[in-house]
Design a protein around this ligand. Structure first.
Ligand code: SAH
Ligand code: AVI
Length: 326
């Protein structure tokens, strides 16, 4: 069997969690929404457009870096089983699949993502282009569902690319890395992690506030997702996109700002949310790392750096890590 799709989140439980997240986030003093709700099909497609923007350097930098390092790092390691969390379109992963399957090797690819439609589209494309690949896709939340990743079939490589780890706060990152360590049972297994690096503030801020307004549309899409899920009447266009670098916390913050007073009804929650002029919803953090901060967070999860790669300008880091404690 070359294709299997597992859905581990039952719709009712997912809806209940979303409702609890929205209620908690929009009734707090600092209103917020978890960034995983950006990604319905429209949100994933907007993210793919972001990756092509001239200002958004992370994807193309990581992609070029992968092209450079994969022959040496992955070609020599030759994984049989590749698990990718937050896989999205798996576009960059193709470089890794090319190296892993070179010489006609059978490889299994296990992408896990919250967005089922994107996973299905990605799987169909990969099965068409890689005749010897098998795909076991998992629809789920990487913060809850790593236990549902099937046991390894041979040497395992786990991938967490794109600096999606930067969208988690420190305690969430700790839990997630410990979970990833748990799906790498053998000392010969490896993790390849992409981290966006601390850099010039202007470059960082431009990447999250592009001239064409695609990041603004991506940010507002979360309100469309919430409207649909809880019968809300947010008017996304009434919220201004704001992105800035918080240097003390090493993170880009994205917010949606209500420039005028607004009242929003969330029918399914029986909740009315009021915004004062200038009040905002914090929708995303995107943490930026250094080699040292990356090494520390990996070590806390029982992972050690095998190899550290960056581009010539030191914009993006890729780290190959190995399990170093039980
Ligand atoms: N890995 C791709 C996509 C990054 S976009 C790249 O590097 O370009 C972030 C991806 O993570 C999206 O596909 C989104 O649906 C997924 N995602 C975000 N939060 C998630 C969560 N909690 N659990 C599983 N997938 C998540
Ligand atoms: C998916 N994630 C790593 C992106 C980032 O850069 O934090 C999401 C994104 N938000 C705005 N632009 C891109």
């Amino acid at each position: 069997m070359r294709y299997r799709l597992d859905i581990h989140t039952d719709e009712r439980a997912r809806q209940e969690r979303l409702e609890a997240d929205v209620r908690r986030g929009l009734t707090a003093r600092q209103k917020s929404l978890p960034p995983k709700y950006f990604y319905d099909r429209a949100g994933s497609l907007l993210f793919e457009r972001i990756t092509e923007l001239p200002e958004y350097y992370p994807t193309r930098t990581e992609s070029a870096l992968l092209a450079e390092i994969v022959p040496e790092s992955i070609g020599a390691f030759r994984p049989d089983d590749i698990v990718e969390i937050g896989a999205g379109s798996s576009e960059k992963t193709r470089r890794i699949l090319d190296a892993a399957s070179a010489g006609g090797r059978d490889v299994r690819y296990v992408p896990l993502d919250v967005d089922r439609l994107t996973l299905e589209a990605t799987a169909a494309g990969l099965l068409r282009d890689y005749p010897r690949l098998s795909v076991h896709a998992v629809v789920g939340d990487f913060e809850r569902d790593l236990a549902h990743v099937p046991p390894p079939r041979g040497r395992r490589l786990a991938l967490f690319l794109g600096s999606t780890i930067g969208n988690l706060d420190a305690p969430e990152r700790r839990r997630l890395l410990a979970g990833l360590r748990g799906i790498l049972p053998d000392r010969g297994d490896r993790l390849l992690l992409g981290v966006d690096l601390v850099k010039d503030v202007k470059l960082l801020e431009a990447a999250y506030d592009d001239a064409a307004g695609v990041t603004r549309d991506f940010n507002r899409n979360i309100l469309r997702v919430i409207n649909r899920a809880v019968d809300g009447d947010f008017q996304p266009e009434a919220f201004r996109h704001r992105a800035f670098y918080n240097e003390a916390a090493s993170r880009i913050e994205m917010h949606l700002v209500a420039d005028a007073a607004q009242t929003v009804k969330l029918g399914r929650l029986g909740l009315t949310v009021r915004f004062r002029p200038g009040e905002d919803i914090w929708t995303e953090s995107s943490y930026k790392f250094t080699r040292e901060s990356t090494e520390t967070m990996l070590a806390e999860a029982g992972l050690a750096i095998d190899a550290w790669y960056t581009d010539a300008e030191g914009r993006f880091g890729l780290v190959l890590a190995r399990p170093c404690s039980p």
